[in-house]
Design a protein around this ligand. Structure first.
Ligand code: UD1
Length: 324
């Protein structure tokens, strides 16, 4: 099994690489290291330092004969995408078109795509299943949805079978401590809480405590990154066995509030973690929870590490090394 992982030096990508290596795959990582880290590379995997915007080097890397590729080489900051959409158009959309064209040229016929719950936008009902209307509220989510639509056409026209994995809120670190790279300038809740715990950030701003939720803070569906990683391997097996494309949600199916995560992090780290209530962040819904029934049925996938303690403990295991 030979797998090319685009964006394999990133936070989620490195966990996906680990999962394929653990299952005996021969892995090549292709990454421009713009947010990926050398520290996240494993000696067992080959590494190509390249950009998905450079068609020739992409095609060269892809022509080595792979059974599948996993694409996680994207920008993912929803807020930034509303200020700098050009960056998201070029990297996320044009970059993926390059990959698909190179796949068509080099004969890679299985494509596992890192999509997002951001394709749904403001929820019309909960839990969100794959039939929920698609109305992204930010440009980042729009890029993921556009790519899913392009994937359907390349499936029809170029016989490239895809698995679009719609992640909910990825969090946590490899429970056995093999991945230690810290994201630079994280925008997501748990890494921010961890930076405060480690003393590299002064305080957490809680974006609103007047939502219509039990404790007033926003509720999200946090899914452990190693559970996400497992789904990529299962998706590869699915594409291999069925030769048919698939779009599934990946979430834990349970909601955690900002306060629940903060309280757990305080308990697990033993740190005060100063927090103050700030205004709501524009575009933030009160509550998002996934239905992952389809992933369970089609892939046999199950979230095994996505409880709040594992999310906080596996993160702290890595962040405590930055403790000042
Ligand atoms: C965000 C993106 C989503 C993207 C996902 C993965 C938005 C609206 N959504 O999800 O499109 O797929 O990241 O990168 O940007 N919070 C605080 N204080 C903070 C940070 C977050 O209170 O400093 C709260 C938020 O209001 C929210 C929860 O924590 O209720 C989770 O926020 P975050 O980690 O940013 O993820 P999402 O906004 O759910």
């Amino acid at each position: 099994m030979r797998i090319l992982i685009l964006g394999g030096a990133g936070y989620i990508g490195s966990h996906v690489v680990r999962e394929f290596l653990d299952n005996g795959a021969e892995v090549t990582v292709f990454d421009n290291l713009s947010s990926g880290l050398r520290e996240n590379l494993f000696p067992e995997a080959a590494f190509v330092h390249g950009s998905i915007l450079d068609y020739d080097s992409l095609r060269r890397a892809m022509s080595e004969g792979f059974d599948a590729m996993v694409h996680l080489a994207a920008f993912k900051a929803a807020g930034e995408s509303m200020i700098a959409p050009e960056k998201y158009s070029v990297n996320n959309i044009s970059g993926t078109i390059n990959i698909l064209n190179a796949a068509a040229e080099t004969g890679i016929r299985r494509f596992i795509f890192s999509s997002s719950a951001a394709v749904y936008g403001e929820p019309e009902y909960l839990p969100i299943d794959e039939n929920h209307p698609l109305n992204p509220e930010n440009y980042y989510g729009f890029t993921k949805l556009e790519i899913e639509r392009i994937l359907s056409w390349y499936d029809q026209l170029k016989e490239i079978k895809f698995a679009a994995l719609r992640y909910f809120n990825a969090a946590g670190y490899d429970p056995t401590g093999r991945i230690t790279g810290l994201e630079q300038n994280p925008a997501n809740l748990l890494p921010i809480i961890m930076e405060v715990a480690a003393g590299t950030r002064p305080a957490l701003s809680i974006f609103g405590d007047d939502y219509n939720t039990p404790d007033g803070t926003g509720i999200r569906d946090y899914v452990h990154v190693s559970d996400l990683a497992a789904a990529h391997y299962q998706a590869f097996r699915y594409l291999e066995a069925k030769n048919t494309s698939l779009t599934v949600n990946l979430g834990s199916e349970s909601g955690l509030s900002v306060r629940e995560i903060l309280d757990t992090a305080r308990r697990i780290t033993g740190k005060e973690i100063p927090a103050r209530v700030a205004p709501r962040r524009p575009g933030d819904p009160a509550k998002l929870v996934a239905s992952s029934r389809l992933a369970r049925e089609r892939l046999g996938w199950k979230a095994l590490h996505s409880d709040v303690e594992s999310l906080a403990a596996t993160s702290w295991q890595v962040y405590k090394s930055a403790d000042a």
